[in-house]
Design a protein around this ligand. Structure first.
Ligand code: SME
Length: 160
């Protein structure tokens, strides 16, 4: 397929995730390289939603290591159970944080980040990576983001 996203202006978030998913599936179909696919997913999410920071941390031993992302420079390594990302990994679940100041142990890669959602990528029941999305607005993520991002991460599971 062509490397162009088709996004209908002004649609609700759930509809935007619905139109994004098949395009990401087509864009990554037949491409076995994980880095290439994760990089395009980060770029597609940034383009579709204008996220402040969106990217991946990949499990390596006892740490998460920064992977492909879009946005300002970020922390490179996060230990299991630390911060929002490390919590999502340790608990193998999506963590939605309306106000990062209120999340104990939040790791502030950027002082501008105010709310956050982290979605694990699961392979055979184990977390292999997480998707982290940060906003510079409070309370910027909801169930529509969780549902849309979790569906995309089911697709990403194929690249591990
Ligand atoms: N805030 C994250 C760290 C990663 S950066 O936001 C990109 C956390 O608490 O795990």
């Amino acid at each position: 397929m062509s490397e162009t996203l088709f996004l209908t202006p002004g649609v609700p978030k759930a509809a935007r995730y619905a139109e994004l998913h098949p395009q990401v599936a087509a864009l990554t179909a037949g491409e076995p390289d994980r880095t290439a696919n994760l990089a395009n997913v980060a770029a597609a999410l940034r383009q579709a939603f204008g996220f402040f920071w969106v990217g991946f941390y990949i499990v390596q031993g006892e740490e998460l290591v920064l992977g492909p992302f879009q946005g300002p420079i970020a922390c490179t390594r996060i230990r299991r159970g630390r911060g929002v990302c490390g919590t999502s990994w340790a608990e193998a679940r999506t963590v939605l944080v309306p106000d990062v100041e209120a999340f104990p142990g939040h790791i502030a890669c950027s002082a501008a980040s105010q709310s956050e959602i982290v979605v694990p990528i699961l392979k055979a029941g184990a977390v292999v990576a997480v998707l982290d999305v940060d906003s510079d607005q409070l309370n910027d993520f909801d169930e529509a983001d969780q549902a849309g991002l979790e569906q995309l991460m089911q697709l990403a599971s194929n690249w591990f």
